[in-house]
Design a protein around this ligand. Structure first.
Ligand code: SF4
Length: 355
């Protein structure tokens, strides 16, 4: 792979004036802030992450607080960010750091990699950003920038491409500026070398970019093969008790949205008559059913096509956990997949069946 040394100086000079002010960017980088922000930023936009990050730091200001936080509190702080396994792994990391490293994140890349939930990218980000070590952090943004700079037409998810980029970057890390160099590459990918329309005219690397010179930048990196998403039809049962509480249950401890609260659900879309039949067969007594319509939630590999029904019960089913309108907002972390139905349900919980 071509030598990338030529990018170091212009990139650092550009970063000095172009770097955004972000809550996790300090003059003296903080390893804990780097860890939390990097995990939050996976698959999530910077603007979305900012308020979550600030709230997280207020509530859990250090590794010890994170390691000791109750699961409900953690899930509540993460509610709406999605990919909840991230926050569970984050806590596992914090516990391992408390047990094995006396509460201090290790500086060594290999030791970082030995922590649960920390992969090559996050270990590189912490080692270089927080500890100033010459370790690249190669994610999709960095692959895009480098594939364009090098006019490399391999697929973005080609493991050899990633490995070669990592090796090429490792050789050029500037001594004393490792933290800035990692962040400058990330910043270029976020602000200038954008996925669809790179802003080449404003780019500090224009003079050495083969993708720009060959007019191939906008088609690089070559797209990954699209996976077809599995579609699951679900009928959501939003039970409302006579004292205006909602019946929830916990999802299984493994799999998608593991351990989160949810509305009970049945496979496939049921008509009102089919639902009545199911309720009668299950011995669930109800006075009224209202349809709340359909709603689609898209996960990375799966789509839930949901159909929601409000079911006004005449008694509480002991198998469910019952929460009132306030509890639904404050103590139960419902994933954002249910946000439409939670909003609809709140109206009924606060004003009754006449809504
Ligand atoms: S010149 Fe364009 S394609 Fe090349 S690195 Fe800069 S923004 Fe990306």
């Amino acid at each position: 792979m071509k030598d990338l040394a030529v990018i170091v100086k212009p990139l650092l000079e550009w970063y000095e004036h172009a770097a955004r002010v972000l809550p996790w960017r300090n003059i003296e980088p903080d390893p804990y802030k780097t860890l939390v922000s990097e995990i939050m930023l996976q698959q999530t936009r910077v603007e979305t992450v900012k308020p979550y990050f600030n709230r997280f730091m207020q509530e859990l200001p250090d590794i010890r607080a994170l390691a000791n936080a109750p699961e409900e509190k953690l899930l509540k702080l993460w509610e709406g960010l999605g990919y909840y396994s991230r926050v569970r792994n984050l806590q596992k990391t914090a516990c391992a750091v408390m047990e094995r490293f006396h509460g201090e994140l290790p500086q060594d890349h290999k030791q970082l990699l030995s922590l649960p939930g920390i992969g090559d990218y996050t270990a590189g980000a912490i080692a270089s950003i927080a500890f100033g070590q010459p370790v690249p952090a190669v994610d999709g943004n960095v692959i895009r920038v480098c594939a364009r700079l090098l006019n490399d037409h391999r697929a973005a998810d080609d493991p050899l491409l990633k490995k070669e980029i990592r090796n090429a970057l490792e050789k050029i890390y500037p001594s004393g500026k490792c933290s800035d160099f990692t962040q400058s590459l990330m910043e270029l990918g976020a602000l200038i070398c954008l996925p669809g329309n790179p802003r080449c005219a404003e780019c500090p690397l224009l003079h050495c970019c083969l993708g720009y010179q060959k007019n191939t930048a906008s088609i690089l990196p070559v797209k990954k093969k699209k996976l077809t998403k599995k579609i699951e039809e679900r009928t959501l049962l939003l039970f409302v008790s006579p004292d205006l509480c909602s019946g929830l249950q916990k999802r299984p401890p493994k799999g998608i949205l593991a351990g989160m609260w949810e509305f009970p659900a049945l496979e496939k879309h049921l008509t009102v008559n089919e639902l009545k039949q199911y309720l009668n067969d299950s011995g669930i007594r109800f006075s009224e059913i209202k349809s709340l319509g359909k709603y689609k939630h898209v996960f990375s590999h799966l789509e839930w096509h949901m159909l929601g029904y409000l079911i006004f019960c005449t008694e509480k089913n002991a198998a469910l956990t019952w929460v009132d309108a306030e509890g639904l907002e404050t103590s139960c972390s419902l994933p954002s997949a249910f946000k439409k139905y939670r909003k609809d349900l709140q109206k009924y919980l606060t004003s009754g069946a006449e809504s």
